[in-house]
Ligand binder design. Sequence first.
Ligand code: ADP
Length: 442
Amino acid sequence: MKKRILTYFIYVIAAAIGSTTVLLTVLTYNMFEKRVIEDLSVNARVFSALIEKEGEERVLSALDDGLRVTLVHADGAVYFDSAANPAEMGNHANRPEIRQALEEGEGRYVRTSETVDRSTFYYAVRMENGDALRVAEEASSIWSIYIRALPLILLIMLLMMALSVYAASVLTRRLIEPIEQMTAHLDHMEGVARYPELEPFMGMIKKQHEEILKSADMRVEFTANVSHELKTPLTSISGYAELIESGMATGEQATRFAGEIHKSANRLLALINDIIRLSQMDSPAQELAMETVDLAQIAANVVEQLRLSAQKMEVSLELDARTAFVQADRRMMEELLYNLCDNAIRYNVRGGAVHVTVHPARERAIVTVQDTGIGISKENQAHVFERFYRVDKSRSKATGGTGLGLAIVKHIAAKHGADIEMDSELGRGTRISVSFERTGRG
Ligand code: ADP
């Protein structure tokens, strides 16, 4: 970036100096040319008056250095010249300045010599007798002025260039330094020289930076939790298996131990299943298989799947659903409803009830799972959606919980832009509502 700014600067400076020099030279030369012609025209008038009064020979004594006077008849024949023999000069009728003077009263012309470095300025007037009087002066041409001034111009250009490169490098350093500082001190930008224009950008970077750190932290924590969660059932499996292996457990006991092993293995499976689901959903590459689904129909399926476990827990399960179409991933909707209903049954009381409703409301479709179970205290309500958080670990385990069900629910809701609302009271029951944006029949 520094290098680019610098190169850019140098280009701009070179172009500025170059064009200024050219422009100035042209302007100065034009002024110079005008002056020369004006001088010549004054001279021409003076000489013509002088000649008319005192004859052409009088002119010679009045001539300045470098000035040349020529007298030409109306037919173009030269009959007097202050610097050459008129006899040797050809007919001048076709010289532009002479022709113009004879026709219009005055004429001018600038002729550049073949060697280019000098120009001759001509000015001619028509005298009262009809002849033309021409005054000429030689001067440096614009090119020779250029060439003579070139070393100086180059020197100035070089000097300016060096100066600007220095200025540009100081400027770029000053421009970039705050950015570098801001980048280096992302965590505490207060007190660092900074650009207000860059603050939103830096804020965004800072936020992303924090999010990355947070998610890395969460990942580490999650991995630690997962290892811990997997270890418990595995330890129990290993322990019971060892007892059976050593022959210490016999008959009825062995059967009980096998049952424990079975339970732990199932727990492991459930855990691994939930972990896989969560990590699948975490992956940004995972695409949602969005389609138009009827939440009422999904709720009916889920309720049927859970009817048996509800009976086992002696909990009544009721569904009150009205058709409500949403754009969603069908499998995720099933998981969401399943987890909510499963919890409502598992954290219920004997003879309790679970009420599932689906109803459209304005632009939204709302799914509610309400139970008359044990409820969740205010402190715990804030945490139950966290991974592996359980209020009563042994009850969760005993009923096959993994501590991930509500985390999955939260994840799915977030992926579908749905809002979750929870209302619970210890000993009275819990109500969880998820509200989706509704679509037409589609
Ligand atoms: P688990 O697999 O342990 O059920 P969840 O993530 O589904 O994990 O739920 C987290 C915790 O929230 C549960 O362990 C339980 O303590 C509490 N919980 C969830 N749903 C209910 C409910 N309907 N009634 C009472 N407590 C609940």
